[in-house]
Design a protein around this ligand. Sequence first.
Ligand SMILES: C[S@@+](CC[C@H](N)C(=O)[O-])C[C@H]1O[C@@H](n2cnc3c(N)ncnc32)[C@H](O)[C@@H]1O
Length: 395
Amino acid sequence: MLELKHELKLNKTRDEKARMNFVSGLRAHVLNDMAAGMRDIYSADVEPEFRRRNRRAPKNGPEVHKAIKTNEYFKFYSSLRVTAQDMVWQSVFPPLERSRPALKQTAARLAGKKPRGTLSLQKNFEVPRYVSAIDVHLMAGNYDGEYETDDLAAGSLYDNGLAVFSFGLMGQNLDDIGQSIAGFIKRKFSDLRPKKILDLGCTIGHNTGSWKDTYPEAEVHGIDVAAPCLRYAHARAQAQNREVHFHQMNAESLNFPDNSFDVVFSSMFLHEVPKKSIEKIMKEAHRVLKPGGLMLHMELPPNDQLSPYDAFYLDWDSAYNNEPFYKPFRDLNPQEVCKKAGFSTKKYVQFVIPSVGWYGAEVRDAAADQQQSVDNDKTGRLTDGVLWYCFGAFK
Ligand SMILES: C[S@@+](CC[C@H](N)C(=O)[O-])C[C@H]1O[C@@H](n2cnc3c(N)ncnc32)[C@H](O)[C@@H]1O
């Protein structure tokens, strides 16, 4: 399990650490070793049986899912993965419950520290129902759950939970996505010198901060609907000496003027949003982006760029991990989504970016000089050698 390094990290007993380590190890086993075993069983048994019955190979993810659903290995894989997911959050609750008052005190102290990032929350803010009504990826209370004044526990749950969940693949500061992508963009588009950068659905700002690291001169903003995560994001950025401005805002209707940002970014955001809202969010991104600016969404790769087996594999979360919008999002064509929002198809971009933590900056930078395509085994998949997928467009 990865140990967080900043001041807000939870103090854990030896037993609690051991439990977290066990859960991380279990997830790594399921997502690396068992996933490889399941693919072998699919190739050796499930797919040949499908061909025998249908005189053709499966056409898409749902056909693979239907064919594999009754397989004992698949059932074992799925039940272990669901259990491990639940255990991620369960392993954080005891130290988190004990630390609630201390967390609030630390956050209050950090708020006064320089450099001064800012936090603006809104009174009577309406959190969209697609956030408030579900516990996405089995995270109790979801991002927005608040149980006392100035509550930031949901942010702490996410930070510490992600450290267990990602078994080291998201970097020491859980910002491998941000560091990989911002560094890649700087290398690839050396003329792009952003003055203002916006991160949509920033949660605890772990990937927002990477933009400030990469472009220190830029003014960096992160927005989210969840107040407890934003309080935590602000304190986390202050603890790490990053000047970032966090706002409680709905990405469907941003309170920023037209043509005000050079980069509008998001990571792991759109797949948690219903299709109608994605349309609004993309239009808003287009509106607030300056002409010549770049919109970029790091996401799971779309189904139409994956083999039927890999489409099924990534859609697992939609069926078993309380991610109702995951598959509908991945069924969309990203280029069409951008076009519908007003972006020219000529200015569409798509990248597959090697994780800087796994491959190092040299490999990531070399990738910036080449054309990359989706690798079915590694793109967007939390597995050894992960590659990050992103799409977007220049305005
Ligand atoms: C999976 S998390 C994003 C994680 C983060 N960006 C990262 O890099 O790992 C999704 C976030 O989107 C937020 N969210 C959902 N709908 C939103 C909306 N309409 N506007 C702004 N934020 C939203 C949620 O509160 C949550 O914090």
